[in-house]
Design a protein around this ligand. Structure first.
Ligand SMILES: O=P(O)(O)OC[C@H]1O[C@H](O)[C@H](O)[C@@H](O)[C@@H]1O
Length: 642
């Protein structure tokens, strides 16, 4: 590892970098008048006053939203020009295409099918300048508490920093702590994989159940799914199973444990806070599954934890020696490169494969931190997303990997993006005068083509992100037989992007003798934007690159929209209300068989809960049958009684 990473020596992730040279602000002048009309002056040269303070108006310290800046106005004005151009024509310009293709260390990204031209890019770069993007990135890498509502630094990038680098949080270099945990993971995973660490009955632990939800689940699941058919990973995982348990639905427990033997199973409880209801309930259920068979002492050999809350880990009954820590400067959705992801992945594939993954993520972190914005792929992706959503009003993004191994990538990125920048106020708490965030969804191609692509071709305009690889993880021939065809898959990757961009008009349809009444139905307007990302392969290194590319792109957007991308207050209210229902439900189950809610909820909720309770009561107490807890984990005994 040391040798492999030595090339990065001295690239300390939060080393102070010179602030990038200001870009010429073409396009600002024509909008100064408009800016003056709304009563603001251009304060380009005002210095930054802490993270999030893009600039201030007057001496009173009132912050002026970026939406009132000349750069923003110039972009709004520019939408008219872009709306008059069709991608069908823009794509004929080879010089434009060349300018919109970017490469970094094997990663090839083509933005030429976006509704943009040279002016758009320049105006977006001006906006980045106005938003003090470079200053905000530097503040992040410097360990400043840019997550202001939780008073925390944001340094998931330190999780993949080389051993010999320095990253400071509150005056302390955290890289040795990061590597201490990584070394502990290496040691533990090697002991488990080699059979040195045995279960309570002396058997090797070949299977792992990782319990966690949200950021403690989606990232590890995406990376596991991406790695599992990589040839080297597949060899290293031979004879081993890795399962995930997230949902509190008893079916998910049954599915995760199905066919597993407690004697050969290691359980990892993954929770940053160690308080998440679903995770803690599932952890208790699985602990019961283990101890019912192996006795209470088995917990010491069969259960480990990943958390920032070692006190609660101990209270749960897991020896803190068997806990793998991380830090409050790692957000849940940014935690896959901490022990959250690295522990289960190292157990399944060996630690070296995880190091490759970390190196890929670090490679993009350095590119994001250092590359000039006009060549900086995460920055460009972020800027184009802002252009599409905030200026052109396209509120969704479809992530479309032409790669089955990336089937869980859209769900992971959905959390990274929507939980980060789906905000209503600025970092200072002021209402945003525009909509931030986009609706992310996606499926692997070609499956999606047979499902929702109808809408993206002829319905709403949804900017798409196509992801493909040059080399498939699976060889075409399996024991001499042709099993499938990567070329066929990738033909669709190329074709779909063009079908969206170019479309098909009535002239071509008539030339094909399409009956007149069908022409409106068969017309494709085209001019629908997409970005194409081509990776050489899907090795762990490339998976790491892809992860960091999207993480840093989302951070870029948050910095420009001036929101706090690292808190998630929007998930709290539902939890509080669920807790009220839980209390009532508990009373219903413990005190009274036929409880009916009469107050405490609105009529709609009351009626629906009562309907649920009535139905449940009939199932739970179906006189004259015995009472039995059908809500508990599925068991044969339970089924027999029913
Ligand atoms: O890791 P945990 O503390 O269990 O949190 C799990 C998840 O739950 C929360 O509700 C947040 O929305 C997620 O950002 C977080 O990743």
């Amino acid at each position: 590892m040391q040798a492999c990473l030595s090339g990065f020596a001295g690239t300390a992730l939060n080393a102070r970098r010179p602030v990038q040279q200001r870009q010429p602000r073409r396009g600002a002048a024509p909008v100064r008048a408009a800016y003056a009309q709304i009563g603001h002056t251009d304060r380009t040269h005002e210095s930054m006053n802490g993270p999030g303070s893009a600039y201030r108006q007057g001496g009173a310290g009132k912050k002026l939203p970026i939406a009132y800046s000349p750069e923003w106005m110039a972009l709004r004005e520019h939408t008219k020009e872009i709306e008059s151009l069709h991608l069908r024509d823009l794509l004929m310009d080879e010089e434009r295409t060349d300018a919109l293709i970017h490469e970094h260390n094997g990663l090839y990204v083509d933005f030429s099918r976006q509704n943009i031209n040279e002016t758009t890019m320049q105006l977006l770069l001006n906006l980045a300048e106005r938003a003090k993007l470079r200053t905000k990135m530097n503040a992040m890498f410097a360990g400043e508490h840019i997550n202001n509502t939780e008073d925390r630094a944001v340094l998931h990038t330190a999780l993949r920093a080389p051993r010999d680098s320095e990253v400071f949080v509150d005056g302390e270099n955290v890289v040795p702590d990061v590597w201490e945990v990584l070394d502990k993971i290496r040691d533990f995973s090697e002991r488990v994989r080699s059979g040195e660490w045995l279960g309570a009955t002396g058997k090797p632990l070949t299977d792992v159940v990782a319990i966690g939800i949200g950021g403690s689940y989606l990232g590890p699941l995406f990376v596991h799914t991406a790695m599992q058919f990589d040839e080297q990973c597949k060899d290293r995982a031979s004879g081993r199973k890795l399962r995930f348990l997230a949902n509190v639905d008893p079916v998910d427990v049954a599915k995760a444990l199905n066919g597993l033997n407690p004697e050969t199973t290691l359980v990892i409880v993954i929770s940053k806070t160690f308080t998440t209801t679903e995770t803690m309930l599932n952890a208790r259920t699985v602990r019961t599954w283990l101890t019912a068979e192996l006795g209470q002492e088995a917990v010491a050999k069969h259960m480990v934890a990943v958390s920032t809350n070692l006190k609660l880990v101990k209270e749960f009954g897991i020896d803190p020696e068997n806990a793998f820590g991380f830090w409050d400067w790692v957000g849940g959705r940014y935690s896959v490169t901490s022990a959250v992801g690295i522990l289960p992945l190292a157990l399944q594939y060996g630690f070296e494969k995880c190091e490759e993954f970390l190196r890929g993520a670090h490679d993009i972190d350095v590119h994001w931190r250092d590359a000039p914005f006009q060549e900086n792929i995460p920055v460009l992706m972020g800027l184009i997303s802002i252009w599409n959503s905030t200026f052109l009003g396209r509120s969704s993004v479809a992530v479309l990997p032409y790669c089955q191994a990336l089937s869980k990538f859209p769900s992971h990125i959905q959390q990274v993006a929507m939980e980060s920048v789906g905000k209503q106020v600025s970092i200072e708490g002021e209402p945003l005068p525009f909509k931030a965030g986009e609706i992310y969804f996606g499926e692997p191609g070609t499956n999606g083509q047979h499902s929702f692509y109808q809408l993206i071709h002829q319905g709403r305009v949804v900017p798409c992100e196509f992801i493909g690889t040059i080399k498939s993880q699976q060889s075409v021939y399996l024991k001499g037989e042709l099993v499938s065809n990567h070329d066929e898959l990738m033909c669709n990757f190329f074709a779909q992007a063009d079908a969206l961009a170019i479309g098909k008009d009535s002239v071509s349809l008539r030339a094909e003798n399409v009956p007149e009444y069908l022409i409106p139905h068969k017309t494709f307007s085209g001019n629908r934007p997409s970005t194409s990302l081509l990776l050489p392969s899907l090795s762990p290194f490339r998976v790491g690159q892809l992860l960091a590319l999207y993480e840093n792109r989302v951070a870029t957007q948050g910095f420009i929209w001036n929101v706090n991308s690292f808190d998630q207050w929007g998930v709290e209210l539902g939890k509080v209300l669920a807790s009220r229902v839980r209390t009532m439900m508990h009373t219903a189950r413990t005190r009274s068989r036929r409880i009916t809610i009469t107050d405490g909820f609105n009529p709609s909720t009351r009626k629906m809960i009562n309907r649920y309770l009535d139905g449940k009561n009939q199932m739970l107490y179906p006189e004259p049958r015995d009472v039995f807890p059908c809500d508990l984990i599925h068991s044969e005994e339970c089924e027999a009684k029913w």
